[in-house]
Each structure stands twice: as C-alpha cells, then as structure tokens.
Design a protein around this ligand. Structure first.
Ligand code: HEC
Length: 151
C-alpha cells in the first residue's frame, strides 16, 4: 500500500512539473504564469549578466547556482502560450507567436539548449566560460523578444 501510495505521489509530482501537461483554467492564468516564469528567469539571468559584464565580482558558486535556475526555468514558459492565450491580462505577446508558431518554437527550443550550455559553462567555474555562454544565451532572449514581444 505504502509503496503504491509513494508511486502515485511520485507520478503525480512528475506530472505537475512536466510543462507539456500544464493546464490553465483561464487565459489570464496562463499569461500570468508565463510572465512570472520569464520574470524569475530574467532575475537570475541578470545576476549572471552582472558577473559576465564585470558589474559584480565573479563568484563561481553563485554563477553555477543561478545558471541551474535559468536552465530549469527556461523550460517553463512555452506550455503557457497555448491557443486562446493571445489576449487577456496585460500580455505583450505579439500575434506572430501563434501565426508563426514554428519559428516561435524554434526560438524557445534554442533557449532551452543555450540555457543547458550556460549551466555547463558556469560549472566550469571560470569567468571566461561564463561570458561566452551568457552572450550567446542573451542573444537568444533578444532575438525572440524582437520578433514576438511588443515593446
Ligand atoms: C521564444 C521566445 C522567447 C525567448 C527565447 C525569451 N523570451 Fe522572454 N518573453 C517572450 C514573450 C512572448 C514575452 C511576453 C509574454 C507576455 O506578456 O505574455 C516575454 C516576456 C519576458 C519578460 C517580461 C515578463 C513580464 O512580467 O511581463 C521578461 C523579464 C523576459 N521575457 C525575460 C527573458 C529572458 C531573460 C530570456 C532569455 C534568458 C527570455 N525572456 C527569452 C518570449 C521569449
């Protein structure tokens, strides 16, 4: 019984954290979710940027910790861009997210790949490796925002 309960619990936790099955009651909920994920990702990404750009002292442990968070969060926003979430709340997502969904997905996949590389680079523990990976990831953020987010 206990083993079954533990298994069910593990399975439901896995389901909860699998972005692809994320469900939202209202478009506003999805919009709030994706904006929140972007905001938290952006906060940790900015901490890496401050180190990469020499605005704060490089700290290998901090860098690795922030990069792991960015890596995890980079996977979350995309499931919240479902059909019908183009309007509502205070969304800044442009209609092209849905009109050119293949390109949007490509850009999202690119970020997930870049964030994985960033995390690996941060674990190397040198400022130089962080700088290169940060710059490349930052270009991916900018590229998508230029195409798919209102100013
Ligand atoms: C695949 C496209 C894409 C990529 C890649 C992307 N973003 Fe975004 N981002 C968006 C869109 C679209 C919005 C607007 C969402 C909305 O308002 O519904 C947004 C919004 C944001 C916001 C504002 C959230 C709010 O509260 O309004 C921040 C901050 C942000 N992104 C940070 C980042 C950072 C940092 C990266 C890179 C590490 C990144 N984004 C990568 C598409 C992207």
């Amino acid at each position: 019984m206990k083993a079954i309960a533990a298994f069910v619990l593990a399975a439901s936790v896995a389901a909860l954290v699998t972005p692809a099955v994320a469900q939202f009651a209202k478009p506003e909920d999805a919009i709030k979710y994706r904006q929140s994920a972007m905001t938290v990702m952006g906060t940790h990404f900015a901490r890496l940027g401050a180190m990469a750009n020499g605005k704060t002292a490089f700290d290998a442990r901090q860098a690795a910790g922030n990069a792991v968070i960015v890596e995890s969060l980079s996977k979350l926003p995309w499931a919240a861009f479902g059909e019908g979430t183009d309007k509502g709340g205070n969304t800044k997502a442009l209609p092209d997210v849905w009109k050119d969904s293949a390109k949007f997905k490509e850009s999202a996949d690119k970020l997930v790949a870049e964030a994985t590389k960033l995390s690996a680079a941060a674990k190397v523990g040198t400022l130089d490796s962080l700088k290169v990976a940060f710059g490349s990831a930052a270009n991916t953020c900018k590229g998508c925002h230029d195409n798919f987010r209102a100013k």
